[in-house]
Ligand binder design. Structure first.
Ligand code: AKG
Length: 267
């Protein structure tokens, strides 16, 4: 991605709360990823579509795309944490009327954590987290593509007015694109009016000093971490883990007790 294109995407995220980056995955990569989701779909109620990075190597691609990493880090810092990777399949007849902002469970949009002094306002001054929706199918106007409300990332209140739907835009995009959004941006899948499933994978990212959806450093398999190379400990947040020993016994780099205190390690 050249600098001018990067700047265009960054500006769209600032102004509208999202951008669509085409051509991140090849058609072959999308095909393989779709097949993985299709195979795991029947087991979705038991987590079949969760933790995809641990389940098939194709999903390891999603945090190894340099242009995308640059864009994410531009907004939430060089040590941004991968918070989850999960599939989203919209079957024929499903989807629609699902506008929401992310971060409502472990993030800053958690309404149960609003303090009286917040007077009902959420944090909109800075992007607190970025979500990435990979279009493994082509996203069209009628197959359940994600819709987003431009500018809603700056809306200061938690409640989403009913009129928001009138302002939503469907993310029409070729397969292999990614919708990159500030997690404050209201979004949701539209109804799938076709006879084919719509496949996507979501990879939300968080600032290092906030909570992720999963304790990724403890969840990631050793061989997956190994293949992530030098970036692995940053992306999976090994260094972001709070110590469970006294500080002098703790190794921040590996996110565990120093070797001489290995007996204190918790599994
Ligand atoms: O699959 C989609 O289009 C959106 C999914 C979504 O918004 C979510 O999982 O938070």
């Amino acid at each position: 991605m050249d600098q001018a294109t990067f700047n265009t995407h960054a500006l769209r995220i600032k102004l509208e709360g999202y951008t669509i980056v085409p051509g991140l995955l090849t058609s072959e990569e999308c095909r393989i990823a779709r097949e993985e989701l299709e195979e795991r779909y029947p087991d979705r109620a038991r987590g079949g579509l969760e933790w995809l990075f641990n389940k098939a190597q194709i999903f390891e691609r999603l945090y190894k795309l340099p242009d995308l990493l640059c864009l994410i880090r531009h907004f939430i810092g060089p040590d941004a944490l991968l918070s989850a990777i999960y599939g989203s399949v919209i079957m024929p007849g499903e989807g629609g009327r699902g506008l929401h902002a992310d971060g409502g469970v472990t993030g800053h949009n958690r309404t149960a954590s609003i303090a009286p002094a917040d007077v009902g306002r959420r944090i909109t001054s800075h992007p607190m987290a970025i979500n990435v929706i990979f279009c493994l199918s082509e996203f069209t106007a009628n197959n359940g593509a994600t819709e987003l409300v431009p500018g809603s990332h700056r809306y200061p209140f938690f409640d989403i007015p009913e009129e928001a739907y009138e302002n939503a835009r469907t993310a029409v995009a070729p397969e292999g694109s990614a919708v990159v959004l500030d997690i404050n941006t209201w979004h949701g899948a539209t109804r799938n009016h076709t006879d084919q499933p719509r496949y996507a994978v979501l990879s939300p990212w968080r600032r290092r000093w906030t909570k992720c959806e999963y304790e990724m450093a403890r969840v990631v398999k050793a061989d997956v971490l190994e293949r992530a190379g030098e970036e692995g400990p940053v992306i999976f947040g090994l260094q972001a883990q709070p110590p469970y020993t006294e500080l002098w016994q703790w190794d921040r780099e590996t996110g565990g007790p120093k070797p001489e205190f290995a007996h204190l390690r918790r599994n």
